[in-house]
Write a protein that binds this ligand. Sequence first.
Ligand code: ZN
Ligand code: ZN
Length: 142
Amino acid sequence: MANRQNLDELRLAVRGKGLRATPSRLAVLELLRSTDTPMSHGDVADRLDTQAWDRATIYRNLTDLAEVGLVRRTDIGDHVWRFEALSEAHESVSHPHFVCTECGIVECMPEIELAIRRAKAPRAVKQRQVEVHVRGLCDACI
Ligand SMILES: [Zn+2]
Ligand SMILES: [Zn+2]
């Protein structure tokens, strides 16, 4: 569980967005902040299953955190939402995600500049309201 200072930080972040700092919400945010890969609701629930919270509560926490912008929701194409914490270190600007076509592991990739400013492209692409997914084999599967 979070140390004191860390917990205060989490509380401030959650309250700063107008949400109540419930223990489950803080734990969900802490977990997402401590990992550098996006996690599905199932992943998060599995990691927190020593706690008494049911999966519906955890799901609600994830969607609440996503709505206020502390967490980003990504669908890498398999119709499963994956959640990742947003912070200054983990830019809120969309970054691409690498998806292994063999084992399904998802990894965050450094931001890439899309050279599309002058190219013909839908407005959403120019405004960067799109998600970029890179597919291939991860180091373990290659
Ligand atoms: Zn793999
Ligand atoms: Zn990411």
